[in-house]
Write a protein that binds this ligand. Sequence first.
Ligand code: HEM
Length: 452
Amino acid sequence: MAAKARIVATILLVCAILLPLLASAFDNRPEFLEHDSSKTNVTISGDNNIVRANNYDLTIPRSDDEKRNERSLKEKKKKKKNKKNKKGKKSHEHEHEHEHEHEHEHEHKNEHEDEDETFDPTIGGGQQGTGGFSRLFPGYNVPPITGEREQPEINGGLREGFYQKTCPQAEQIIKDGLIRAVQNDYTIAAAIPRLFLHDCFVNGCDGSILLDTTPSGERVEKLSGTNGVTVKGFELIDEIKAELEETCPGIVSCSDTLAYLSRDAFVASGLPHYEVPGGRRDGTVSFEANVAGNLPLPGDTVDQMIDLFMKKGLNVEDLVVLIGAHSIGVAHCFNFLYRLDEPQKAQNIDPRLGNVMRFTCTNQMSTLAFDATTQYKMDSVFYKQLLMKRGLLESDQILTQDIRTRGFVQKFGDDEMGWFNKFGNAMNNLGSIEVLTGNQGQIRRQCRVVNL
Ligand code: HEM
């Protein structure tokens, strides 16, 4: 009997030692969140973007502060879990009492929130959401628009909750469409906001970039070389617009669809949710000739960028806040490779990035991620990379050299939450450029053609 007890005690002791070890072996975080400078392989992959940058490490070592923050976050999480377990026990004791049902539900919600804190490398996320899609996509939950009161008009006649009465499902349909698309192809999340920028800067946010033809028969914006192969996402917009038309015919404009979709793309990539005012109507013209001079170019000087943004009603801070959109997505080699050929420009590139450029750009149509460490995640790593001369575009890199912009780059690199808080507002400034509202323009039935 005593021998049996000793055997059982030994088994228990072995389990007590081995189980925690096994558990920690499975406690893996996505590789790119580790910022471990000892890793030497940087692998960037996507549907139309498969790049391997072996032996070049472009990750940023974590600072002591970051490590401390991480530790304290882990501790807080542990404490929260312990507290929750205690609470859970208590509420089980009173299961039959109705008043505890709600509390119980709430706890389940918290449980999921805790699980959702794990970052999904394939999509980003990690801030507010629970339930439904957010189980798959952490942080992805658009708060429902509640109440019947209409929001005041802001941003040039636009209004939050614009479709609240006329098509309450609109924002959800758009969000669901984005999530479906991202599940299929992560790169679409970066493509959509670029489309929005290129729509808004040329003739205002009127959906003119989406048009294939117009009654005038002139060449349209999307045919311009500056757009060309570098803009995509038109099929997704067709798909979502078809759904919107089925649910609420003639109500939701293509330009609003693009505005909401851009927000959803950023949120799916990890940005906290922000409200987007609606009410844009669609234009009926689109001219290729309008593109030149209205879109920023990778070889622009800081003066040129600031001037262009000012012309569109955006200030220097908006410029640096919004350039953070390059935290996700890619650029084609033809947009940056030329920098290596000019010694003065090449000086402004970290030699290791230079090597990656040479290695990857076997032809000008190859692509590289703006931020090789967290390509699919909106985070302030992009700004930190700029400060280490690891910006892909010349126009991004020179923002660290000009007195008007450098301070912002440093600030947002150090304070991700501060940058997040400014991002939605800056996007809404972008989204209100020369909008058509009221009875101007039209609500296109199909985004590629004007209603006749
Ligand atoms: C201010 C000057 C800017 C310049 C010179 C610029 C230039 C560029 C260039 C050259 C690319 C790469 C295109 C390619 O090769 O495929 C790009 C991509 C991108 N841009 Fe900008 N951009 C600017 C501002 C912005 C702003 C304000 C936004 C915010 C919406 C933005 C969002 C993006 C995104 C998300 C991509 C990635 C697209 C993808 O991966 O499909 N850019 N930009």
